[in-house]
Design a protein around this ligand. Structure first.
Ligand code: HEC
Length: 233
């Protein structure tokens, strides 16, 4: 820093007009007071959570608890662009997230993150579309928490089905069920032809799956993903 100041004065001596006010923006640095703007439209709106909230948030060293956050209002349609900003950013902010938080403001899932640790200017996030019913959300919010323990994270995978990250997609989409004679585990575009939905909504196999998920809206999340084509990304 000293070097910069000396250089500055050296330049001042040589030039005729000098305003030391120019120094201060350089001295501030960091993210304090910056503004972050989001302009995003959302798809998969049926899977917008009601048990939790979707927010624009700033995180510091503790990536599980935001320093500040603003709730994103659910848009009425997929064509609507939601504009929101976080003003006067906290000086410790390192990452911006579009996230699902519990009502006690604990992080459940990040749809999107953006690194601002070296930021010195206001930013508009370089993202324009977010899928609320993404496969990545299902993996992290549903499979990792409620399914993987029996389906592949331990030493066996019940019914030969792996629901661990990196394996679950190919184990589900267009794969024959080992228990149903007529249905695939997931038939893209058709929730009612997907055995995955049958098993979560009816007591039809040896191990009843209807109480595995704490909220019905998580079944809606999976249905919406299948209906929208069961895409990996
Ligand atoms: C406590 C252990 C356990 C948990 C937790 C569990 N499952 Fe299962 N799952 C099983 C067992 C056991 C079977 C085989 C049942 C049978 O043979 O009748 C099975 C079968 C299945 C099948 C049928 C596979 C096929 O080939 O048709 C699907 C789909 C499935 N589970 C999905 C899930 C999902 C999704 C979750 C999380 C929401 C989950 N399971 C959580 C034990 C579990």
């Amino acid at each position: 820093m000293n070097k910069i100041i000396y250089t500055f004065f050296a330049v001042c001596l040589l030039s005729t007009s000098c305003d030391d006010g120019d120094l201060h923006p350089e001295e501030t640095g960091g993210t304090e007071g910056l503004k972050v703007t989001m302009e995003v439209s959302f798809s998969g709106l049926e899977a917008w959570p009601s048990a939790y909230q979707i927010v624009l948030a700033a995180y510091g060293n503790d990536s599980g608890n935001p320093l500040m956050s603003k709730q994103i209002p659910a848009p009425k349609s997929e064509d609507e662009t939601v504009s929101l900003d976080l003003n006067g950013l906290h000086e410790d902010a390192k990452t911006i997230g579009i996230s699902i938080l519990t009502k006690g403001r604990k992080l459940i899932y990040n749809f999107y993150t953006y690194d601002i640790s070296n930021g010195t200017d206001d930013v508009t996030l370089p993202v324009s579309k977010i899928d609320i019913a993404s496969y990545d959300r299902i993996q992290h919010q549903v499979f990792d928490n409620y399914c993987a323990a029996c389906h592949g994270a331990g030493d066996k995978a019940a019914a030969g089905l792996y629901l661990t990250e990196g394996k679950s997609f190919t184990n589900l989409v267009n794969e024959k069920s080992t228990l149903s004679t007529s249905k695939k585990r997931v038939e893209p575009g058709m929730p009612s032809y997907s055995f995955l939905i049958d098993i979560l909504t009816g007591d039809i196999v040896n191990y009843n799956h209807t109480d595995v998920l704490p909220q019905d809206e998580l079944v809606t999340l999976i249905k919406t993903w299948i209906r929208d084509g069961a895409k990996e990304k």
